[in-house]
Design a protein around this ligand. Sequence first.
Ligand code: ADP
Ligand code: ASP
Ligand code: MG
Length: 497
Amino acid sequence: MSGLQRESRFERGDDVVVMKFGGTSVEDAAAIRRLISIVKSRLSSQAMVVVSALAGVTNQLLEAGQAAAAGHLGSALATVRNIYVRHEQLADELVDGAPHVALDRELRSEFQELESLLHGLEESRQLDLRAQDRLLGFGERLSSKLVTATLCEAQVRATHVDAQNCIVTDARHGQASPVWEATNQRLQDALSPLLESGNVPVVGGFISSTCDGVPTTLGRGGSDFSATIVGAALGASSVEIWTDVDGIMTADPKVCPEAQVIRQMSFDEAAELAHFGAKVLHPATLAPAMRENIPVYVLNSRRPEGEGTEIVARTRTSNAVSAITAKRKVAAVEIQSPQGVDAEVLSAVHAAFDQHACPVDIMAASLGRVWLLVGSTAPLPGIANDLQGVAEVRWENHKALVCIVGENIRRQPDVASRVFAAVSDMAVRVVCQGASDRTISFLVEESKVDESVRRLHGMFFPQAEPVRDWGGISSAFCQAGCADSSSSPPQGHGGAT
Ligand code: ADP
Ligand code: ASP
Ligand code: MG
């Protein structure tokens, strides 16, 4: 967005606060009441709300779509009926009178559309990513309408704004990227008059559409990204991500109950953490905030008085390591070329992955081979086919990438040796240090990921529980830029895994 466009709408300092509430922060009537009081506490600013689907709804919609496409229409309709009843019950509990009648009408019409979509899926026996985006979008369409009506009932002047009319993306269904200029313009056009007149706009997160109006989504967990997209378009003074934990923590508290809240992080650090699997933020969330230098706060909607985590351009911390994270369900792809991996082979590999829209996470190369990590093995048979005659492609799945993140890792060389000491008896492969100044990452078997994270947490945050169960597995790892030569070879070949 150009500064000029923003000037025409908002000056910095207009104090726009974007508040995003995740699924658990709208999961039931009590959660929605907490949301209302949080929104009310921000009304001295120009406040706006981005809301996720009610907890569990996106997964249920996906199940319903899969069931319908498999011919089980009855079970698909029953799942959707449960979603309908849940929303209706909340509407009954939270909204009265004429607004209730209007909301009821809206929910009904959304559900009719949803049911006819499921009938269509049963007929076509196919749930492609385009249909899936349309289907999953219903979760946020419903929750945003429910939350708008509830805020109005609580005397907040809230107005529903359809995100599918405002956030414009490319057509990469399932993981679309914003078309920034159109998105910024549409968001400013739709939201600024409302904010200026003291309204609280409410938009569904996660959902968007192409410039032709075909529904898309920003990828699972994408409501966080919606919040910063909106914040950047409005030149917001802050973006608040309201969730179910006290902030960003030194590890996922579900894996390490002793994890502690990180008070402040840099954009770069938090972006690395999100990229390497910390579910608390969608990986793309921080880019728009970073671009516009908008502080992002991660806060607990169940404990709104907590300080949470502040994410800003620069931090004061002197800790070498801020957090340990892990990305699960990755596959390690080995690409070997008899002629050696030269620029020509690399460019063919790049083209093949691009052609199959297969994002690559990490790469290590040596003379004869390249290692890539990917999140899904589905496109790999096609890629292997495209590369026939150029390179041999093999892969192994059920891997996880463990990552140590810290702003000061680059200044403290002993971090790497401490990491390897903590996991020295585990089968660790494709170690990557130096590609980013702020991370050290390595690959482990998925079954070992929690243990690795806990050991590293115990090592770098020693006030936590003592390190347990050091196992007894042989180590085999390689440094960045050097493909593993000592560990067991990948077992998968072609479409075998
Ligand atoms: P929401 O529905 O609010 O978007 P998510 O479930 O997407 O919430 O993200 C919050 C969850 O992220 C937490 O419950 C926690 O288990 C998980 N998580 C993973 N890594 C971290 C971390 N480093 N700090 C905090 N939470 C984390
Ligand atoms: N409801 C979507 C999901 O479950 C988006 C989000 O919650 O951020 O992935
Ligand atoms: Mg989330």
